[in-house]
Design a binder for this molecule. Sequence first.
Ligand code: NAD
Length: 293
Amino acid sequence: MKLIDGKAVSEELKNSLKQDVLEYKKKTGRVPHLAAILVGDNPASKAYVGNKVRACEHVGFRSTLVKLEDTVSQEQLMDEIKKLNEDPDIDGFIVQLPLPKHIIENQVTLAIDPKKDVDGFHPVNFGRMAQGMPAFLPATPYGILLLLKRYNIETAGKHVVVVGRSNIVGTPISILLSRKSRSGDATVTLAHSRTRDLPNIVRQGDIVIAAIGIPGFITEDMIKQGAVVIDVGINRVEDEGSLSGSRLVGDVDFESVKGGCSYITPVPGGVGPMTVIGLLLNTFKSANKEIYS
Ligand code: NAD
Protein backbone atom coordinates (compact mmCIF):
# COMPACT_ATOMS: atom_id res chain seq x y z
CA MET A 1 0.00 0.00 0.00
CA LYS A 2 1.22 3.48 -0.85
CA LEU A 3 0.02 6.52 1.04
CA ILE A 4 -1.18 9.42 -1.11
CA ASP A 5 0.28 12.42 0.68
CA GLY A 6 -2.08 15.30 -0.09
CA LYS A 7 -0.32 17.58 2.37
CA ALA A 8 3.04 17.17 0.61
CA VAL A 9 1.52 17.51 -2.89
CA SER A 10 -0.37 20.64 -1.88
CA GLU A 11 2.86 22.16 -0.45
CA GLU A 12 4.68 21.42 -3.74
CA LEU A 13 1.87 23.02 -5.73
CA LYS A 14 1.69 26.04 -3.41
CA ASN A 15 5.44 26.63 -3.73
CA SER A 16 5.21 26.44 -7.50
CA LEU A 17 2.19 28.79 -7.50
CA LYS A 18 4.15 31.23 -5.31
CA GLN A 19 6.76 31.52 -8.10
CA ASP A 20 4.01 32.05 -10.68
CA VAL A 21 2.50 34.79 -8.51
CA LEU A 22 5.86 36.60 -8.39
CA GLU A 23 6.00 36.53 -12.20
CA TYR A 24 2.40 37.72 -12.40
CA LYS A 25 3.17 40.61 -10.03
CA LYS A 26 6.18 41.63 -12.13
CA LYS A 27 4.05 41.63 -15.26
CA THR A 28 0.89 43.29 -13.95
CA GLY A 29 1.91 45.24 -10.83
CA ARG A 30 -0.83 43.57 -8.79
CA VAL A 31 -1.43 40.28 -6.98
CA PRO A 32 -4.40 37.90 -7.29
CA HIS A 33 -7.13 38.66 -4.77
CA LEU A 34 -9.46 36.06 -3.21
CA ALA A 35 -12.34 36.97 -0.90
CA ALA A 36 -14.43 34.77 1.39
CA ILE A 37 -17.77 35.42 3.03
CA LEU A 38 -18.14 33.67 6.38
CA VAL A 39 -21.59 33.68 7.97
CA GLY A 40 -21.86 32.93 11.70
CA ASP A 41 -19.31 31.20 13.89
CA ASN A 42 -19.46 27.50 13.03
CA PRO A 43 -16.04 26.27 14.30
CA ALA A 44 -15.44 23.97 11.28
CA SER A 45 -16.28 26.77 8.81
CA LYS A 46 -14.00 29.18 10.70
CA ALA A 47 -11.18 26.64 10.53
CA TYR A 48 -11.70 26.03 6.77
CA VAL A 49 -11.75 29.76 5.99
CA GLY A 50 -8.70 30.29 8.23
CA ASN A 51 -6.81 27.63 6.20
CA LYS A 52 -7.77 29.36 2.97
CA VAL A 53 -6.61 32.79 4.23
CA ARG A 54 -3.27 31.31 5.42
CA ALA A 55 -2.81 29.57 2.07
CA CYS A 56 -3.38 32.92 0.29
CA GLU A 57 -0.64 34.48 2.42
CA HIS A 58 1.68 31.56 1.62
CA VAL A 59 1.41 31.97 -2.15
CA GLY A 60 1.37 35.79 -2.13
CA PHE A 61 -2.33 36.40 -2.86
CA ARG A 62 -4.26 39.20 -1.25
CA SER A 63 -7.24 37.92 0.75
CA THR A 64 -10.32 39.60 2.17
CA LEU A 65 -12.57 38.01 4.76
CA VAL A 66 -16.14 39.32 5.02
CA LYS A 67 -17.59 38.18 8.35
CA LEU A 68 -21.36 38.34 8.80
CA GLU A 69 -23.54 37.54 11.81
CA ASP A 70 -25.64 34.38 11.54
CA THR A 71 -28.71 36.62 11.81
CA VAL A 72 -27.82 38.25 8.46
CA SER A 73 -30.82 38.53 6.11
CA GLN A 74 -30.93 37.04 2.62
CA GLU A 75 -31.00 40.58 1.26
CA GLN A 76 -27.93 41.73 3.21
CA LEU A 77 -26.02 38.65 2.07
CA MET A 78 -27.04 39.31 -1.54
CA ASP A 79 -25.76 42.90 -1.16
CA GLU A 80 -22.37 41.65 0.00
CA ILE A 81 -22.22 39.26 -2.98
CA LYS A 82 -23.12 42.11 -5.34
CA LYS A 83 -20.30 44.25 -3.90
CA LEU A 84 -17.77 41.49 -4.50
CA ASN A 85 -19.16 40.82 -7.99
CA GLU A 86 -18.67 44.48 -8.86
CA ASP A 87 -15.29 45.05 -7.17
CA PRO A 88 -12.75 45.07 -10.02
CA ASP A 89 -9.89 44.13 -7.67
CA ILE A 90 -11.50 40.83 -6.57
CA ASP A 91 -10.56 37.94 -8.88
CA GLY A 92 -12.73 35.39 -7.15
CA PHE A 93 -14.70 34.75 -3.99
CA ILE A 94 -16.44 32.01 -2.07
CA VAL A 95 -19.34 31.86 0.34
CA GLN A 96 -18.36 29.30 2.97
CA LEU A 97 -21.01 26.59 3.45
CA PRO A 98 -23.07 25.58 5.35
CA LEU A 99 -25.25 28.68 5.65
CA PRO A 100 -27.86 29.32 8.40
CA LYS A 101 -31.20 27.62 7.77
CA HIS A 102 -33.08 30.85 6.92
CA ILE A 103 -30.74 31.54 3.97
CA ILE A 104 -31.76 30.12 0.59
CA GLU A 105 -28.54 28.53 -0.58
CA ASN A 106 -29.54 28.19 -4.24
CA GLN A 107 -30.14 31.94 -4.48
CA VAL A 108 -26.68 32.55 -3.06
CA THR A 109 -25.04 30.19 -5.57
CA LEU A 110 -26.91 31.81 -8.45
CA ALA A 111 -26.01 35.35 -7.32
CA ILE A 112 -22.25 34.81 -7.65
CA ASP A 113 -20.83 36.04 -10.97
CA PRO A 114 -19.69 32.81 -12.75
CA LYS A 115 -16.49 34.66 -13.74
CA LYS A 116 -15.64 34.99 -10.02
CA ASP A 117 -17.10 31.64 -8.90
CA VAL A 118 -13.80 30.03 -7.91
CA ASP A 119 -15.62 27.32 -5.92
CA GLY A 120 -17.15 26.21 -9.23
CA PHE A 121 -20.67 25.81 -7.76
CA HIS A 122 -22.60 28.10 -10.16
CA PRO A 123 -24.67 26.14 -12.73
CA VAL A 124 -22.85 27.98 -15.53
CA ASN A 125 -19.52 26.55 -14.38
CA PHE A 126 -21.11 23.18 -13.59
CA GLY A 127 -22.66 23.01 -17.07
CA ARG A 128 -19.44 24.08 -18.77
CA MET A 129 -17.58 21.43 -16.76
CA ALA A 130 -20.09 18.74 -17.78
CA GLN A 131 -19.68 19.68 -21.44
CA GLY A 132 -15.88 19.76 -21.28
CA MET A 133 -15.70 23.53 -21.82
CA PRO A 134 -13.30 25.78 -19.87
CA ALA A 135 -14.77 26.15 -16.35
CA PHE A 136 -13.84 26.67 -12.75
CA LEU A 137 -13.88 23.10 -11.44
CA PRO A 138 -15.29 22.55 -7.95
CA ALA A 139 -12.26 22.74 -5.67
CA THR A 140 -12.44 19.26 -4.06
CA PRO A 141 -12.91 17.28 -7.31
CA TYR A 142 -10.20 19.45 -8.87
CA GLY A 143 -7.91 18.53 -5.95
CA ILE A 144 -8.67 14.81 -6.44
CA LEU A 145 -7.75 15.05 -10.15
CA LEU A 146 -4.47 16.73 -9.21
CA LEU A 147 -3.68 13.93 -6.72
CA LEU A 148 -4.42 11.17 -9.24
CA LYS A 149 -2.18 12.94 -11.78
CA ARG A 150 0.65 13.47 -9.31
CA TYR A 151 0.69 9.74 -8.43
CA ASN A 152 0.36 8.70 -12.11
CA ILE A 153 -2.85 6.82 -11.34
CA GLU A 154 -4.40 5.93 -14.69
CA THR A 155 -8.15 6.48 -14.96
CA ALA A 156 -8.76 5.54 -18.63
CA GLY A 157 -10.81 2.35 -18.87
CA LYS A 158 -10.88 1.93 -15.08
CA HIS A 159 -14.05 1.31 -13.13
CA VAL A 160 -14.46 4.14 -10.63
CA VAL A 161 -17.07 3.78 -7.91
CA VAL A 162 -18.02 7.10 -6.30
CA VAL A 163 -20.08 6.82 -3.11
CA GLY A 164 -22.07 10.00 -2.36
CA ARG A 165 -23.83 12.27 -4.87
CA SER A 166 -23.47 15.78 -3.45
CA ASN A 167 -23.30 18.74 -5.83
CA ILE A 168 -19.89 19.71 -4.51
CA VAL A 169 -18.06 16.36 -4.52
CA GLY A 170 -19.73 13.11 -5.62
CA THR A 171 -21.66 14.29 -8.68
CA PRO A 172 -18.94 16.55 -10.17
CA ILE A 173 -16.10 14.03 -9.64
CA SER A 174 -18.24 11.34 -11.32
CA ILE A 175 -18.74 13.67 -14.33
CA LEU A 176 -15.06 14.67 -14.50
CA LEU A 177 -13.79 11.09 -14.38
CA SER A 178 -16.19 9.90 -17.07
CA ARG A 179 -15.46 12.80 -19.46
CA LYS A 180 -13.57 12.15 -22.66
CA SER A 181 -10.28 13.62 -21.48
CA ARG A 182 -6.82 12.74 -20.27
CA SER A 183 -7.88 12.91 -16.62
CA GLY A 184 -11.11 11.01 -17.30
CA ASP A 185 -12.13 8.20 -19.67
CA ALA A 186 -13.18 6.03 -16.73
CA THR A 187 -16.37 3.99 -16.42
CA VAL A 188 -18.08 5.53 -13.41
CA THR A 189 -20.72 4.17 -11.05
CA LEU A 190 -22.27 6.80 -8.77
CA ALA A 191 -23.60 5.09 -5.65
CA HIS A 192 -25.67 6.75 -2.92
CA SER A 193 -28.03 6.18 0.00
CA ARG A 194 -30.62 4.42 -2.21
CA THR A 195 -28.14 2.09 -3.92
CA ARG A 196 -28.96 -1.59 -3.53
CA ASP A 197 -26.21 -4.02 -2.47
CA LEU A 198 -23.67 -1.23 -2.07
CA PRO A 199 -20.80 -3.43 -0.76
CA ASN A 200 -20.95 -5.57 -3.90
CA ILE A 201 -20.84 -2.48 -6.13
CA VAL A 202 -17.99 -0.83 -4.24
CA ARG A 203 -16.05 -4.13 -4.48
CA GLN A 204 -16.03 -3.76 -8.27
CA GLY A 205 -14.18 -0.45 -8.14
CA ASP A 206 -10.61 -0.17 -9.38
CA ILE A 207 -10.79 3.29 -7.84
CA VAL A 208 -13.17 4.01 -4.96
CA ILE A 209 -14.02 7.59 -3.97
CA ALA A 210 -15.89 7.97 -0.68
CA ALA A 211 -17.78 11.25 -0.05
CA ILE A 212 -20.49 10.22 2.37
CA GLY A 213 -19.97 11.87 5.76
CA ILE A 214 -20.19 8.66 7.84
CA PRO A 215 -17.04 7.76 9.80
CA GLY A 216 -15.44 4.46 8.72
CA PHE A 217 -18.32 3.56 6.38
CA ILE A 218 -16.11 1.84 3.77
CA THR A 219 -14.66 -1.31 5.25
CA GLU A 220 -12.08 -3.90 4.16
CA ASP A 221 -14.67 -6.33 2.77
CA MET A 222 -15.87 -3.68 0.27
CA ILE A 223 -12.47 -3.07 -1.30
CA LYS A 224 -11.05 -5.16 -4.14
CA GLN A 225 -7.43 -6.22 -3.70
CA GLY A 226 -5.18 -3.54 -5.22
CA ALA A 227 -7.86 -0.84 -5.56
CA VAL A 228 -7.08 2.88 -5.17
CA VAL A 229 -9.02 4.44 -2.29
CA ILE A 230 -9.72 8.18 -2.12
CA ASP A 231 -11.32 9.26 1.15
CA VAL A 232 -13.03 12.65 0.98
CA GLY A 233 -14.87 12.38 4.32
CA ILE A 234 -14.00 14.67 7.21
CA ASN A 235 -15.77 13.55 10.38
CA ARG A 236 -15.06 14.57 13.95
CA VAL A 237 -15.35 11.65 16.39
CA GLU A 238 -14.84 11.42 20.13
CA ASP A 239 -11.41 10.30 21.24
CA GLU A 240 -10.77 10.16 24.95
CA GLY A 241 -7.08 9.54 24.30
CA SER A 242 -6.54 12.90 22.60
CA LEU A 243 -6.07 16.24 24.39
CA SER A 244 -9.05 17.85 22.66
CA GLY A 245 -11.26 14.81 23.30
CA SER A 246 -11.89 14.33 19.58
CA ARG A 247 -10.12 13.64 16.29
CA LEU A 248 -10.81 13.72 12.55
CA VAL A 249 -11.50 10.53 10.61
CA GLY A 250 -12.58 9.82 7.06
CA ASP A 251 -15.42 7.80 5.53
CA VAL A 252 -13.01 4.89 5.07
CA ASP A 253 -12.03 2.57 7.89
CA PHE A 254 -8.36 3.33 7.20
CA GLU A 255 -6.80 0.68 9.46
CA SER A 256 -8.77 -2.23 7.99
CA VAL A 257 -8.65 -1.06 4.36
CA LYS A 258 -4.99 0.01 4.06
CA GLY A 259 -3.56 -3.53 3.86
CA GLY A 260 -5.40 -4.59 0.71
CA CYS A 261 -5.36 -1.48 -1.45
CA SER A 262 -2.64 -0.14 -3.75
CA TYR A 263 -3.02 3.54 -2.79
CA ILE A 264 -4.99 5.31 -0.08
CA THR A 265 -5.47 8.91 1.10
CA PRO A 266 -5.25 9.53 4.85
CA VAL A 267 -7.58 11.80 6.83
CA PRO A 268 -6.36 14.34 7.71
CA GLY A 269 -3.63 15.09 5.15
CA GLY A 270 -5.22 13.59 2.02
CA VAL A 271 -7.94 15.31 0.01
CA GLY A 272 -8.46 18.20 2.49
CA PRO A 273 -5.30 20.20 1.67
CA MET A 274 -5.90 19.57 -2.06
CA THR A 275 -9.24 21.38 -1.86
CA VAL A 276 -7.42 24.53 -0.77
CA ILE A 277 -4.90 24.36 -3.63
CA GLY A 278 -7.79 23.76 -6.08
CA LEU A 279 -9.33 27.02 -4.91
CA LEU A 280 -6.04 28.93 -5.20
CA LEU A 281 -5.41 27.60 -8.72
CA ASN A 282 -8.93 28.63 -9.78
CA THR A 283 -8.28 32.13 -8.41
CA PHE A 284 -4.99 32.35 -10.30
CA LYS A 285 -6.78 31.24 -13.48
CA SER A 286 -9.34 33.97 -12.90
CA ALA A 287 -6.63 36.60 -12.41
CA ASN A 288 -5.11 35.46 -15.73
CA LYS A 289 -8.53 35.42 -17.43
CA GLU A 290 -7.87 31.81 -18.45
CA ILE A 291 -11.46 30.55 -18.21
CA TYR A 292 -13.43 33.62 -19.32
CA SER A 293 -11.40 35.91 -21.56
P1 NAD B 1 -23.36 15.38 1.60
O1 NAD B 1 -23.32 15.36 3.09
O2 NAD B 1 -24.00 16.51 0.90
O3 NAD B 1 -24.05 14.05 1.06
C1 NAD B 1 -23.68 12.78 1.48
C2 NAD B 1 -23.89 11.79 0.37
O4 NAD B 1 -23.66 10.50 0.91
C3 NAD B 1 -25.31 11.80 -0.19
O5 NAD B 1 -25.24 11.94 -1.59
C4 NAD B 1 -25.89 10.45 0.18
O6 NAD B 1 -26.64 9.85 -0.89
C5 NAD B 1 -24.67 9.61 0.47
N1 NAD B 1 -24.98 8.67 1.55
C6 NAD B 1 -25.46 8.95 2.78
N2 NAD B 1 -25.66 7.81 3.47
C7 NAD B 1 -25.31 6.80 2.66
C8 NAD B 1 -25.32 5.39 2.78
N3 NAD B 1 -25.72 4.79 3.91
N4 NAD B 1 -24.90 4.66 1.73
C9 NAD B 1 -24.47 5.26 0.59
N5 NAD B 1 -24.45 6.59 0.40
C10 NAD B 1 -24.87 7.35 1.43
O7 NAD B 1 -21.87 15.12 1.05
P2 NAD B 1 -20.59 16.03 0.88
O8 NAD B 1 -20.88 17.46 1.12
O9 NAD B 1 -19.99 15.58 -0.40
O10 NAD B 1 -19.68 15.55 2.11
C11 NAD B 1 -19.30 14.21 2.28
C12 NAD B 1 -18.13 14.13 3.23
O11 NAD B 1 -17.00 14.78 2.62
C13 NAD B 1 -18.35 14.85 4.56
O12 NAD B 1 -17.63 14.16 5.58
C14 NAD B 1 -17.69 16.21 4.33
O13 NAD B 1 -17.23 16.81 5.53
C15 NAD B 1 -16.52 15.81 3.47
N6 NAD B 1 -15.99 16.87 2.59
C16 NAD B 1 -14.64 16.99 2.54
C17 NAD B 1 -14.05 17.91 1.72
C18 NAD B 1 -12.56 17.99 1.66
O14 NAD B 1 -12.02 19.01 1.31
N7 NAD B 1 -11.87 16.89 1.97
C19 NAD B 1 -14.84 18.75 0.93
C20 NAD B 1 -16.23 18.59 0.97
C21 NAD B 1 -16.80 17.63 1.81
